[in-house]
Design a protein around this ligand. Sequence first.
Ligand code: SAM
Ligand code: SF4
Ligand code: SF4
Length: 333
Amino acid sequence: MVLKDVFKRPLLDLRISVTDRCNMRCRYCMPREHFDKNHVYLPKSDILSFEEIVRVVESLLPAGLRKVRLTGGEPLIRKDLYKLIEQLRELSPDLDIALTTNAQLLSKSILDLKKAGLSRVTVSLDAIDVDVYQAMGDTTSTPDAIIESIDKTLALGIPVKVNTVIQKGVNEHQVIPLISQMGSRNIPIRFIEYMDVGATNSWNLDHVMTGKEMRHLIETEFGLIQPIEPDHPSDVARTYHTDSGSVIGFIESISNPFCGDCSRARLSANGSIYTCLFATEGFDLRGILRMDATKEDITSAISAIWNQRKDRYSETRSEKTDLNRIEMSFIGG
Ligand code: SAM
Ligand code: SF4
Ligand code: SF4
């Protein structure tokens, strides 16, 4: 039985936020003036245990789930994350288990993650220039350290992709150096349009560099880029290659939305299901998980939520300007 929403979109992909905390303070995601010592994070007792997360995934496998992505906040600050991956891998040898991370802690954990059965890693890296990187991430870490951890991950045979948020006037001059660095390592890079998620990042359309503008910039340097057929219609990135073989994707949530094939659900760290990145509220699952629900109970609860799903926020965003949006660091990217 495959779950289908109102527009017949299946639930194939679950993004699991394992914590609402982070060791960076990216200006566009967790600006320090909002996420300071007075910010109230989830209490430990509210956060799903690994066993509870595994029960949710287990209940969705017969319903067509094929991929999970561990995210946050910063997933690698969750203690012993590899143990969650071990338990997820035990559910199915075929489940695609991906991790999205800022990679500050990747070097020291990657061997355990690989042994546990992690399929692949997406590293968020917004600049090669150290000053730009540190200003955007409000961090003392360096891009060199992140690239070192990427190299270590590749050396272990784990595929890596890089995600870069481009903000106009902030890091568009990093597009070309990032492609050169990643292209030389055969790492696909995806440029993300700066999105209006959350309510703390002072998002403004003037700060958005569209995918089209980025492609123009790239073609000026590398010549014409050619589109690559997507592996699956629900892929979020539109992908191209340069003549020299660099693979470059664009996640154009603002200028070229892709809700039509969106098959992603999100599970927040405190156990709510969100059917869209821009949802204003989630559906509590933790309640039934903690009432000893069976696998079948969990499947039918999620099925009831998914069957009613009508979300297509990116396609209708101009009609909705005053939503009380959930923060990206809470719901996961
Ligand atoms: N901390 C991890 C990381 O940064 O990779 C995982 C969570 S983070 C919320 C997931 C992704 O969301 C990152 O690639 C980040 O760049 C992206 N992101 C956060 N805020 C964004 C925004 N306003 N617009 C576009 N992407 C954003
Ligand atoms: Fe942390 Fe990721 Fe948000 Fe940056 S984008 S503040 S690394 S959760
Ligand atoms: Fe999916 Fe919502 Fe993003 Fe559209 S706006 S692609 S429905 S998460």
